[in-house]
Design a protein around this ligand. Sequence first.
Ligand code: CP
Length: 358
Amino acid sequence: MKHLIDPTDLTKQETDQIIALGEDIIANREKYRDSLRYHKLATLFYEPSTRTRLSFTSAMMELGGNVLGFSDAKNTSVSKGETVEDTVRVVGNFVDVIAMRHPLEGAPYIASTVSKVPIINAGDGSHAHPTQTLTDLLTIKRELGHIDGITIGFCGDLKFGRTVHSLIKALSRYNGVKVILIAPDELRLPDYIKSDVCDKQGVDYREVHTIEEVMGELDVLYMTRVQQERFLDLEEFERVKDSFVLDSEKMALAKEKMAVLHPLPRVNEIKPEVDDDPRAAYFRQVENGKFVRMALMYSLLKWKDDPCHVMPEHPEYFEDATLVCRNPKCICNHENIKHLFHETESGVRCAYCDSKVK
Ligand code: CP
């Protein structure tokens, strides 16, 4: 059985297969209508969402299946203290696949260790958002015709932006991708992504402070929102919240053929005047999200008993009573679970949230 917790849980070949299937679904919607009839999806959303939850729902409905779940855990037995593991053990009796969003990093991973149905991470804290990554890859492919060889600028909150972390991981497996990181010092990409992903995979990347100095080089500009809900220090949020604003003047510096992506929601970082520019791809990106989630659920359910499609094993994970994960938003600091760690290029890290331990 295959879960999707991190983009690298899918091989590069499986990722490309899902993107190609998404394209085929777009071209032949009738062919897939009812292909998951009698199947059920649970959407367990412990954190707010518009796009991800509703696109999963719409995707399963278009495949002929049904959906149940919650969008506010306060109205469930979670409020009585039920753990993520127990909730998933229970819900797995009712459905064929579960999409989970959780504010605690590592929650979907711990769910996957006890689940009898595939778990899809629909976003865990600042950590990962692999179905947004599939959406982004399909959008880049449809907008530009290819993913290999692109130059992509990531702009805004690169520290807490789970969509950025996941997309960089996925892009590191494509050929000749150049990454430009555009962020204030307070919101720079975490070092573990630079060392354990970019350096390890030989990704060409550099860091700059303004959009203007690189706009003309970009095939893709990936804008992000500065996320108030991730800051522990609100003064710091106020200082950086309007660091970058994309407007028509900056768009005039861009190539004629390029694409502006944004996982959305946006706040101030893209002015509405950009929406009518043909290069503004963020609302087309939303639509692609539904098709790629159709492709993902169709594939995970088809692969369920196929020994060729299993989760990568992690024999490198180890327990050590002398180590402590200090991330207050890691699931290991909220539930009574084994504390697991792994050795990486950049030191020892928590196996659930990837924060540095030593
Ligand atoms: N892109 C994204 O995850 O949007 P939602 O938070 O609305 O699901």
